[in-house]
Design a protein around this ligand. Structure first.
Ligand SMILES: Nc1ncnc2c1ncn2[C@@H]1O[C@H](COP(=O)(O)OP(=O)(O)O)[C@@H](O)[C@H]1O
Ligand SMILES: [Mg+2]
Length: 247
């Protein structure tokens, strides 16, 4: 993990900040563009709608997008004297790396990424929550490993599309999670367009849990940015069944 100093006092604060949170579920994938952000936001919305107290944390530094999916338009930096209080969007406590990166023309790099993640985790006051859903960075680079190391109570949901290419990358991530003995709740197959058994067979062979398939929804785009529309998509209908298996 970067050049982190073990003495960094912010590290000891992170556990404390997540103390009142019952479960932390990270939506991850070895690959970008498979639907992590959409699923993380939809997951939070679905749970919030059921009456759970939910937080959503977007840590995708390369393409933060939860704010677009939820239709966030208040980009004022959430401030408070002792840490920061997340804005509330459709009942969800929302925090994003976008608040740290929005003014910067170039993407954050290397230690700046690690520092931004630590800073964000150390200052956000989540309070008491049933769930925090994390929209993870893509791939298995340093920032993914940072998050894995910094948020010790994370459980992982891994998203893939029915593609050998996506599966190749996802397989790498799953091997890392397995090696680190981290809890993998299961695998979601997203953007299903035919009856391919590629993912289902892989999941069975590797002894993971298959959480279900979500079909490609050609009307989804119209719902992006509108939480009430998103809740009524056929995407959400499929995804709801996945949520029931995890919660
Ligand atoms: N099941 C689906 N049907 C149709 N479009 C989808 C589906 N899942 C995701 N998308 C779309 O695919 C694009 C990539 O999804 P996104 O959540 O941003 O992926 P990631 O976060 O993994 O990069 C987005 O435009 C999203 O709306
Ligand atoms: Mg994303």
């Amino acid at each position: 993990m970067g050049n982190l100093s073990i003495m960094d006092v912010r590290l000891s604060v992170i556990d404390h900040r997540l103390h009142g949170v019952k479960r932390v579920i990270a939506v991850a994938s070895g690959k970008g563009g498979v639907g992590k952000s959409l699923m993380a936001s939809s997951f939070a919305l679905n749970l919030s709608n059921k009456g759970y107290k939910v937080g959503l944390l977007d840590l995708d530094l390369y393409g933060p997008s939860s704010h677009i999916i939820l239709g966030v338009n208040d980009f004022s930096f959430p401030e408070e004297e002792k840490g920061i209080l997340p804005h509330e969007i459709s009942g969800i406590k929302f925090m994003s790396i976008v608040y740290f990166s929005q003014d910067k023309p170039a993407p954050l790099r290397g230690n700046d990424i690690t520092n931004a993640i630590i800073e964000l985790l150390a200052i956000t006051q989540w309070g008491n929550l049933d769930y925090i859903i994390i929209d993870m960075p893509p791939g298995i680079g340093d920032e993914t490993l940072d998050v894995i190391h910094l948020i010790k109570k994370s459980e992982f949901v891994v998203v893939t599309t029915p593609s050998k290419v996506a599966l190749g990358a996802v397989d790498k991530l799953l091997n890392i999670l397995k090696e680190l003995k981290l809890p993998v709740l299961g695998i979601i197959e997203n953007m299903k367009i035919n009856e391919s058994k590629l993912i289902f067979d892989y999941v069975k062979e590797k002894n993971f849990k298959f959480l279900g398939s979500v079909s490609f929804d050609r009307n989804l785009e119209d719902a992006i940015g509108f939480t009430n529309k998103l809740l009524n998509t056929s995407f959400m209908k499929d995804f709801q069944k996945v949520v029931e298996k995890i919660t």
